[in-house]
Design a protein around this ligand. Structure first.
Ligand code: TMP
Length: 238
């Protein structure tokens, strides 16, 4: 697999073309941003950890029948993925009130939700990713009804699979954000990343935050939290 020119650089990752027109390489950076890029920093070792953690989750989800863009790890910071066009919809699933939901609805952080909440956000840095609903999705032609159904079904399945898997490892999956892409054949598959940058993970017993909130909220121990997630996933065996 030969790496070709850079196609796109985001806040946390870089996408490269390869000599295979159907495959891209994703490179995970240590750069971290929050609040739509207003806060900037570096989390040493984050790129390697998020690459490995995402690969681990994508492989687990594939085993459970969720199609993803992940093909294989290529290096500590790089994975080979299927070429997709990312749908401009960020899909958030929540199990416990935290972050923007806690604020918007006046709930104490940590309040359990009686059932998972599915939310859509319009992926636009210029607008700060505003929340939308299915009417906006259709009005703006962001996805077809079939695609929206597929990504909603996948997102809720991902929630059950990951929540159960993480519970066995002493972790609560508070909430997370997914992105989906369209393949050349027109299939919708899970893309982007699944990592402590894009999920809230709390220790089940102590409710300690083991995710990017430590960076967003200047709590310290950011690198250690990401390492702890990797340790919990693998039991320190990989
Ligand atoms: P929120 O509570 O700030 O809306 O975040 C919900 C979830 O989405 C949380 O797990 C963090 C994740 N997230 C991202 O991955 N990217 C983002 O830009 C934001 C705002 C949240």
């Amino acid at each position: 697999m030969e790496k070709r020119e850079q196609l796109y650089e985001g806040k946390a990752k870089i996408v490269y073309r390869t000599d295979d027109p159907e495959r891209y390489i994703v490179y995970y950076k240590d750069d971290a941003t929050a609040f739509n890029g207003l806060k900037k920093g570096t989390i040493t070792g984050k790129g390697e950890l998020n690459n490995r953690i995402s690969a681990h989750f994508f492989a687990l989800l594939e085993e459970h029948g969720i199609p993803t863009h992940f093909e294989k790890l290529l290096s500590p910071r790089e994975m080979l993925v299927k070429k997709v066009t990312i749908l401009p919809i960020e899909v958030v699933v929540r199990n416990i009130a935290a972050g923007s939901l806690a604020k918007r609805l006046g709930l104490a952080e940590g309040t359990p939700l009686a059932r998972p909440v599915l939310e859509f956000y319009y992926k636009s840095d210029a607008l700060g990713d505003p929340m939308i609903n299915e009417y906006h999705v259709y009005a703006l032609n962001l996805a077809s009804a079939g695609e929206l159904r597929a990504l909603s079904d996948y997102a809720l399945k991902v929630d059950s699979i990951l929540s159960a898997y993480l519970a066995e490892r002493g972790l609560e999956l508070v909430d997370f954000k997914l992105e989906f892409g369209r393949t050349a054949a027109g299939r919708v598959i899970l893309a982007d990343e699944i990592s402590p940058d894009t999920c809230r993970f709390w220790d089940k017993a102590t409710h300690e935050k083991l995710d990017k909130d430590r960076f967003r909220r200047d709590m310290g121990g950011v690198e250690e939290a990401y390492q702890e997630i990797w340790r919990r996933l693998t039991g320190g065996t990989e």
